[in-house]
Design a protein around this ligand. Structure first.
Ligand code: ADP
Ligand code: ZN
Length: 605
């Protein structure tokens, strides 16, 4: 039997949001919080966390107070809720006193369903008193991993959130995050005093995202190929490590006819927010960015996330790639990775501030990331395992679609390592990968001749592999810790593991890149799941044009009007009455009343 609240939450889901059913995990969370329980929710990006506090806030008495660090996005979040007929407002530092007073008055008069607050507001006694004078339905703590001091997004203001419980012991709290290894999970629970809360851990799988990691040759050109062949006209995010490469890559894309905007901390605040706003509002823009971009960007139709440099951790990588495909439609997570990335990241760690423990931790993060890059198994299985979850081979990642072979690289590894050892023992020298490979290939370059390296006994012993293959060997040995880099010039040095390979017969299995790239199969997959029936395509375009005009007129992002998935369903089913239109997923009561007639007209025109 369902309790009255349960059916009420489902009604709100249908009526306000226009969705038929809860997604996996949502119902339990919504019911728990609606009936006054505390919750800690771990769910991947795009999993549907917002409804988990929005619906309880609508059903419970009083105002749902949402604490979020994403000040720049509050306006959009509030606009999106208002478009659904939800009474939402926010308080943050971007407002002038008049605006603030108005929102405060609405709150006190019980005229709000949801109030978004920046965390620093809660440090101000007057805000606390304001909350005392009104009725709070619940506290939702979004991006809860910001309370984790070792995490990558730490915000000191989040530490104060542990006091909420003392001041308002009867108000339920729900903390939500998409970043969740065991360690982060435990830290959030203890810092927010949520040990006794119900912990909901959803599956972290994002089946609609296709994970691909490719060897890096000419990264910009590889990126361009990807965009042209699979994502033309799509919105996407390209991540680069440095500001400089952000600028260069954005320029390169623009010169090649792709609308791309840079985003990094070196740009002034106005340019940054302008670029972010354009990305959210316009269709099909590409943002090239450092990791400063993206947290809380809930644009549902980001079709690809590309990394041109190796991310520093699997956690960060998963969060960044998770920004693709929130609408559930097929999307691509693509990473180009090469030897230079390993050299560079090791250098960054060696030169980083902080104590030895901190460096060890960064090193462990990097190792996990490298293991993901070099795996011959399903990428998704490995990703989920990182978050402590099981899964079967997915059929939608590059290693599943075009399985790489592994080969016995023991002899190759021995040749390479003994070159490093000989240079050190016989010449007291250290060199980077380029010179070592030249020696193995027997190339009489000027640098080889200058150092008399052609007289080494290992000179020319490695001609069975091509240069690119040798680079692959170096990269994989580095990833496995069987070789190490040192200093500013990326010189190669041996490790205890190298000795096992050289003297104790340790076998080295290496990955051979598949000849056939994974992308051919991608297109068929996309075609099956996402391409519209032929006759629906022009209708979809017509609806998109209507949406663009409407969004512009109202000054909101296009997806606030309707998501792509909703327009697709309308274009395919072509409803002819308001009742039929109301049955489409994503068309709730308010939007039906507001846009129903216009849409039916656009369809019949
Ligand atoms: P998260 O905050 O976990 O990243 P969101 O709350 O932004 O995810 O939800 C992701 C997308 O899924 C949104 O576009 C949202 O409208 C949609 N969504 C959430 N729950 C449902 C549902 N039960 N049915 C259909 N769509 C849903
Ligand atoms: Zn797979």
């Amino acid at each position: 039997m369902t309790s009255p609240e349960v059916s009420e939450t489902l009604q709100v889901l249908n009526r306000v949001f226009g969705y038929d059913s809860f997604r996996q995990g949502q119902q339990e969370i919504v019911d728990h919080v609606t009936s006054g329980g505390d919750a800690l929710v771990l769910m991947p990006t795009g999993g549907g966390k917002s409804l988990c506090y929005q619906i309880p806030a609508l059903v419970r008495q009083g105002v749902g107070v949402v604490i979020s660090p994403l000040i720049a996005l509050m306006q959009d979040q509030v606009d999106a809720l208002r478009a659904l007929g939800v009474r939402a407002g926010f308080l943050n530092s971007t407002q002038d006193p008049d605006e603030r007073r108005m929102v405060e008055a609405e709150f006190l008069a019980g005229e709000l369903d949801l109030l978004y607050l920046a965390p620093e507001r809660l440090r101000v006694e007057s805000t606390l008193q304001l909350l005392d004078r009104g009725k709070v339905a619940l506290f939702a703590i979004d991006e809860a991993h910001c309370v984790s001091q070792w995490g990558h997004d730490f915000r000191p203001d989040y530490l104060a959130l542990s006091d909420l419980h003392e001041r308002w012991p009867d108000v339920p709290r729900i903390a939500l995050t998409a970043t969740a290894t065991k360690a982060t999970h435990a830290e959030i629970a203890s810092r927010l005093k949520l040990e006794d809360a119900h912990h909901f851990v959803a599956s972290f799988d994002r089946p609609n995202i296709q994970y691909r990691i490719v060897p890096k040759n000419e990264p910009k050109k590889q990126l361009l190929d990807l965009l042209r062949s699979e994502h033309s006209g799509d919105a996407g995010i390209v991540y680069c490590l440095s500001r400089k490469s952000v600028e260069e890559t954005a320029d390169f894309l623009v010169r090649n006819g792709i609308e791309a905007l840079p985003y990094h901390a070196g740009l002034d605040a106005r340019t940054r927010s302008e670029h972010q706003a354009r990305f959210l509002r316009e269709d099909g823009l590409v943002v090239v960015a450092t990791i400063a971009f993206g947290m809380g960007i809930d644009k549902p139709d980001v079709r690809f996330v590309a990394h041109l440099d190796l991310p520093k951790s699997v956690e960060g990588y998963y969060q960044e790639t998770g920004r693709a495909g929130r609408d559930g439609l097929p999307s691509t997570a693509w990473l180009a990775y090469g030897l230079q990335d390993v050299v560079q990241q090791r250098k960054l760690i060696d030169g980083s501030e902080g104590d030895a423990a901190h460096r060890r931790k960064q090193s462990a993060h990097l190792d996990a990331m490298l293991a993901l890059c070099e795996t011959v198994e399903c990428r998704r299985v490995q990703l989920l395992a990182y978050f402590g979850q099981d899964g079967a081979a997915c059929g939608n990642c590059d290693t599943c679609l075009a399985p790489p072979e592994s080969w016995d690289g023991t002899v190759a590894a021995q040749k390479l390592l003994s070159t490093v050892v000989r240079l050190r023992r016989e010449r007291r020298q250290k060199f980077g990968a380029g010179q070592i490979i030249d020696i193995l290939l027997g190339r009489k370059t000027s640098k080889v001749v200058q150092h008399d390296h052609d007289s080494l006994s290992v000179f020319g012993v490695g001609t069975e592999l091509a240069e690119s293959e040798w680079r692959g060997v170096v990269r994989q040995l580095l990833a496995k810790g069987l070789l190490a880099v040192e200093g500013d010039y990326g010189t190669l040095v041996t490790t205890p593991g190298s000795d096992e390979v050289l003297y104790q017969g340790r076998q080295v299995l290496l990955r051979r890149e598949p000849k056939r790239a994974a992308k051919a199969s991608t297109r068929t997959r996309r075609a099956e799941t996402a391409e519209l029936p032929e006759e629906a395509a022009p209708v979809f375009e017509k609806l998109r044009a209507w949406r663009a005009a409407t969004a512009k007129e109202q000054g909101v992002p296009a997806y606030v009007i309707f998501h792509d998935a909703t327009l697709r369903q309308i274009a395919t089913e072509r409803p002819s009455t308001l009742a039929e239109l109301g049955g489409v997923s994503g068309v709730g009561e308010n939007k039906l009343a507001k846009y129903g007639e216009q849409l039916l007209e656009a369809l019949s025109a």
